[in-house]
Design a protein around this ligand. Structure first.
Ligand SMILES: Nc1ncnc2c1ncn2[C@@H]1O[C@H](COP(=O)(O)OP(=O)(O)OP(=O)(O)O)[C@@H](O)[C@H]1O
Ligand SMILES: [Mg+2]
Length: 401
């Protein structure tokens, strides 16, 4: 009978190394390998294995040291514990040759040259599997050794569960990204296809209007007007929807962009509206940021056009300013317009959410949804502050260059 004694220090050192190795393990396979390494080092055994329940409820070898294929095939699936067992304790067999309870497996084990073994459960909220320790001579695993093995089992079980959780999350995130991308493509493709028949309707209704105006009776003329108006609005909606979908697959966000140029371009695109309202646009010192120029122009353009559209008086005053906050810039677009009621503020970024009748203020309700998507694609956030009847300030963050 061999009685191996381990110094406390040795076990502790092995556990310490294992903790580091488990933290650095890139995947489950590495965790299994490190578990075997830690176990054999801590308990000074030559042979060990780790078996885990697969989803089908069968315990299978995941990693091993010093076991033949034949042996593994013969014993795989045998377990002293049922899959739903709880709070199980290690089982040690001091001398396989003298252990009748092993039954038919005993000869297989002896043929592999194993004379003593220990089963150590891997358990978290449920039983995950087990460690096996083997000795080629009869050996009494001492209580202290088994406790050390249990400690290692607890560390490894934790690492396995955490890693499995991470993999599940990564899979879910990938599936979500895939379905999102599909949805975007679908939205884009269907919007695009809708444009074609709409164009046909548009041209023929216009033709009807031009050729038969005044001949169909005043009511019909009015109806035709409604149709043309509806078709135009639908075209606007489709354009906006396509712009919304496009944000996701436009060029990756990598270039340095001068925000002053962005504002200048947005301003040029909005020249008619700005001139018509006589808007006073004050632009402060603006930084260089990291982003996609075209999207940033769209962002500023949407915010500026809202500031002009929802003005309280003419001329409106609009200010674009920037301030630094850690690694990011905070950009604000402030107006002195009609303001947004407190209970509506959170919802203005939702797709198609508008606070006014179309006759009062035209629009599709996608402008701010697009802004939000653009800012978030740049790794930033957008928020709104407002005082009803006084003005509104939109603030978004962008990574500094
Ligand atoms: N600067 C602002 N001042 C007051 N209300 C605003 C301002 N900006 C947005 N809102 C409110 O939020 C709603 C949503 O804005 P958003 O830009 O998404 O849509 P829209 O301007 O109505 O239409 P679109 O931009 O698609 O043409 C607006 O309808 C308006 O009620
Ligand atoms: Mg808008």
């Amino acid at each position: 009978m061999t009685v191996t004694t381990l110094s406390e220090g040795h076990g502790l050192e092995a556990v310490h190394d294992l903790v580091d190795a488990l933290a650095a393990a890139p995947d489950l396979e590495a965790i299994y390998r490190e578990a075997i390494r830690g176990l054999t080092a801590a308990l000074r055994v030559d042979r060990a294995s780790i078996l885990l329940f697969d989803p089908d409820g069968v315990m299978r070898f995941k990693a091993w040291q010093g076991l033949s294929d034949r042996y593994r095939a013969a014993v795989q699936g045998h377990s002293p514990w049922a899959a739903d067992a709880r709070h199980v304790r290690p089982v040690a067999v001091e001398d396989v040759a003298a252990e009748a309870s092993l039954g038919a497996l005993r000869d297989t084990i002896l043929a592999e040259g194993i004379r003593a073994l220990a089963f150590v459960p891997l358990e978290r909220e449920r039983l995950l599997g087990k460690f096996m320790l083997y000795s080629d001579r009869p050996r009494r695993f001492q209580e202290r050794e088994l406790r050390l093995a249990e400690t290692i089992a607890a560390l490894v079980s934790f690492a396995i569960e955490r890693r499995r959780g991470e993999e599940r999350l990564a899979q879910q995130a990938a599936a979500l990204a895939r379905s999102n991308a599909e949805l975007q493509r679908f939205a884009y493709a269907s919007s695009h296809d809708l444009k074609e028949p709409l164009r046909t309707i548009h041209s023929f209704v216009q033709l009807l209007q031009q050729r038969h105006a005044g001949r169909l009776g005043p009511e019909s003329d009015e109806f035709l007007g409604f149709i043309v108006d509806g078709v135009r609005r639908m075209e606007g909606l489709i354009e906006a929807l396509m712009a919304y979908a496009r944000v996701d697959w436009d060029a990756p966000v990598t270039t340095r962009v001068e925000l002053a140029d962005v504002v200048a371009e947005a301003r040029a695109n909005l020249k008619a509206a700005l001139d018509e309202s006589g808007a006073r646009l004050e632009v402060g010192d603006l930084p260089t940021v990291v982003g996609e120029a075209r999207q940033l122009v769209q962002l500023l353009q949407n915010l500026l056009s809202n500031a002009v559209k929802f003005r309280r008086r003419s001329p409106p005053t609009i200010a674009v300013t920037a301030r630094r906050a850690d690694d990011a810039w905070l950009i604000s677009v402030a107006d002195d317009g009609i303001g947004i009621p407190a209970e509506q503020r959170a919802r203005v970024f939702e797709v198609f959410h508008r606070l006014h009748a179309r006759e009062q203020y035209p629009g599709t309700g996608l402008g701010l949804a697009i802004c939000k998507k653009i800012v978030e694609r740049h790794g930033g956030q957008i928020s709104v502050e407002s005082e009803e009847g006084r003005g509104t300030t939109f603030t978004f963050s962008l990574p500094a260059a």
